[in-house]
Design a binder for this molecule. Structure first.
Ligand code: Q0Z
Length: 286
């Protein structure tokens, strides 16, 4: 792509400028575990994540506009509208896990939401909560209170992204639950278009932006197995690796098993055979 300017690298994605109005978001087959990107790729992971995002963008566009313009024939590249991104991560949690569990254990609160006493790790919350975070370009996003988030984006905009985030989560979590997948939490990034309207950007309900748990293995009271990455985590744990870069190479059976989990998540959630998506990516948009 000679005239395409590279704008940014994420851990597993690349962002390019197509022109003044359009960007190209490319999902690679790279995988990160314990926050380290491994040298071994998972074939088709980028296509699965791009297809899942597209599926959700298409199904929620009447409720909230989004940045998606088209998915390219490679199945891993999304042409999208260039937005002015808001400086907060919009996280919704339906279950107590990760930094939510950590903060609750220490303070009884998550981002200013006081929660009932006696909750266990991975417990379902009575109602999903909106738990914004700051965007840390390197290192870790930091949870912030609703007040801090409102100061960063404005009170009116804050109320808007909170309402939209909670409703998106409710819709997708209900849908996924019927298909045997718990979406424990998820992260959105919103931007503004040139008219100042709030637009959903980035990715939506992928296993990289959400915690997917197999519903039939759900046992609150401890950490849950990850739908997609558990083979990789388990393999890494057998090595006694200290979780600092560089990570280990993955053996073939771990790659194959992990790829199968990504395809299973795609097919379970979209109802579309992955081969159909590979042949015609826009199948997820209909
Ligand atoms: C997304 C990111 C990276 C992947 C900027 N529609 C948009 N308009 C303006 N900016 C963005 C988007 Cl999606 C935007 N990111 C995060 C970085 C690869 C995603 F290197 N940054």
């Amino acid at each position: 792509m000679p005239e395409t300017v590279h704008l940014a690298s994420g851990k597993v994605r690349e962002l390019y400028a197509l022109d003044d109005e359009r960007l190209l978001l490319v999902a690679s087959d790279r995988i990160s575990v314990f926050d380290v990107v491994l040298s071994t790729e998972i074939p088709d992971k980028g296509r699965v994540l791009t297809g899942l995002s597209g599926f959700w963008f298409a199904r929620t566009r009447d409720f909230v506009p989004n940045h998606l313009l088209t998915i390219r024939d490679d199945g891993r590249s999304t042409e999208c509208r260039r937005l002015t991104m808001l400086p907060i991560e919009c996280v919704v949690r339906g279950y107590l896990s990760g930094s939510g569990w950590k903060d609750y254990s220490a303070t009884g609160e998550v981002c200013g939401h006081r929660l009932p006493d006696g909750l266990r790790e991975s417990d379902k919350l009575d109602e999903p909560i909106f738990t914004p975070a700051t965007k840390a370009p390197t290192g870790h996003d930091e949870n912030i209170t609703r007040e801090q988030a409102a100061n960063l984006v404005g009170a009116e905009r804050f109320a808007d992204v909170e309402r939209v985030s909670l409703e998106l989560y409710r819709q997708a979590a209900e849908y996924a639950a019927m298909r045997g997948i718990i979406i424990a939490d998820t992260k959105f990034e919103f931007g503004l278009d040139d008219e100042g309207a709030v637009v959903l950007g980035d990715e939506a309900f992928t296993p990289d932006s959400s915690r997917f748990w197999p519903a039939d293995e759900y046992r609150p009271g401890g950490p849950q197995p990850s739908f997609d990455k558990q083979f990789v985590r388990d393999y890494c744990e057998t090595l006694g690796w200290d979780k600092t870069p560089p990570g280990p190479e993955l053996p073939n059976e771990v790659v194959t098993g992990t790829r199968a989990r990504y395809l299973e998540a795609f097919e379970q959630l979209t109802g579309i055979p992955f081969e159909e998506y590979a042949a015609e990516p826009e199948a997820v948009l209909r």
